[in-house]
Design a protein around this ligand. Structure first.
Ligand code: 1VU
Length: 294
């Protein structure tokens, strides 16, 4: 059985917004990211931390992965956030401003000190120039930490702020960084999620960013508004054409005349065993998504 976890849609919500927190329990997002960082004012940080941890302990999120995004470890709140967050037992804690491999060590040590159970993952926000320069070392360190580190999440707003790059349609200035994050994540067995589309009333912009991210190999997109969930779920799921092709490839390799072959002719196109691997993964993802929908 192939282990696939759909992370097509990861919805952020402010840790101080009780209404959004309740609503998230009913929305079809694969992942809910409850934010203690940018969406919470400094004077509310401690109160938000307690409330969010209580809400996560209470549960009610069903099959959604629940992630708590904590303040950077170098801030007055980061270390306490991380220890409290892991103890609340979410699916993952999203560590912000990870820029060096030492940040991975520090987060892992704090998580273990906070009593993180086996199942609580750590995810890393990749959102600074240092993170971009150190992607390979960060990803390698994350893999070395065992199953504890699960994903990179791109912070494209911070990357724009820190570099001066503009967030333009087509995202040309961001593409090298998105690609670099995908390569580093895949080399070391991590999932990778795209940054947000701020223009949440602009459906066309969201669809374009989701398609681009899917084609570049990302697992899903982080979102800020419920209206963005449907398009992300659809675009990051295998479509009818992908499924038909996957089934045709597997069926072709199963034919007696193709037994033992590494490459075959499928309707004038070369198909290799690696395409059968991709096809099996596509069908596994489709099956898991189908089970969630039931
Ligand atoms: O109609 P209802 O009262 O039932 O619900 C509203 C609203 O509460 C709800 N809603 C959400 N529910 C869950 N999660 C959300 N993120 C969320 N956003 C809205 O949906 C109903 C309709 O809302 P609306 O269209 O009237 O939108 P609002 O004006 O209420 O809110 C717009 C913003 C952008 C403020 C809101 O969507 C929001 O707070 N989004 C998340 C912001 C956030 O968490 N930012 C930090 C992380 S993103 C980042 O740092 C980039 C890396």
């Amino acid at each position: 059985m192939i282990d696939v976890r759909p992370r097509r849609s990861a919805l952020y919500l402010p840790g101080t917004n009780e209404r959004a927190l309740e609503k998230a329990k009913t929305l079809p997002a694969d992942v809910v990211i409850i934010d203690l960082e940018d969406a919470v004012a400094p004077e509310l940080k401690e109160e938000a931390r307690s409330r969010v941890c209580e809400a996560v302990r209470e549960g009610g999120f069903g099959e959604r992965e629940v992630v708590i995004r904590v303040n950077a470890l170098g801030t007055p709140w980061g270390r306490d956030d991380l220890e409290a967050a892991v103890a609340a037992g979410p699916s993952a804690v999203l560590v912000t401003k990870v820029g060096r491999p030492e940040d991975v060590d520090e987060a892992r040590d704090l998580a273990e000190r906070g009593g993180a159970g086996e199942t609580v993952e750590l995810w890393a926000m990749i959102e600074t120039p240092h993170a971009m320069l150190n992607l390979r070392e960060i990803a390698a360190k994350a893999e070395e930490s065992g199953p504890r580190f699960g994903a990179f999440v791109l912070g494209t707003n911070d990357l724009a702020k820190e570099t001066g790059a503009r967030q333009v349609p087509g995202r040309a200035p961001m593409l090298p960084w998105i690609s670099a994050a995908v390569i580093a994540a895949r080399a070391y067995g991590l999932a990778v999620l795209d940054g947000v589309c701020n223009d949440f009333r602009n459906g066309e912009a969201l669809v374009a960013e989701c398609r681009q991210a899917r084609d570049m190999g990302l697992d899903g997109k982080t979102l800020i508004h419920p209206s963005q969930i449907g398009p992300a779920n659809e675009i990051f799921a295998p479509g009818e054409e992908d499924l038909a092709e996957a089934r045709a490839i597997i069926e072709a390799f199963d034919r007696p005349e193709n037994k033992g072959k590494g490459a075959i002719n499928l309707g004038g196109r070369m198909v290799e065993i690696l395409h059968a691997d991709i096809a099996r993964r596509t069908l596994a993802l489709h099956e898991v998504i189908g089970r969630k929908a039931r």
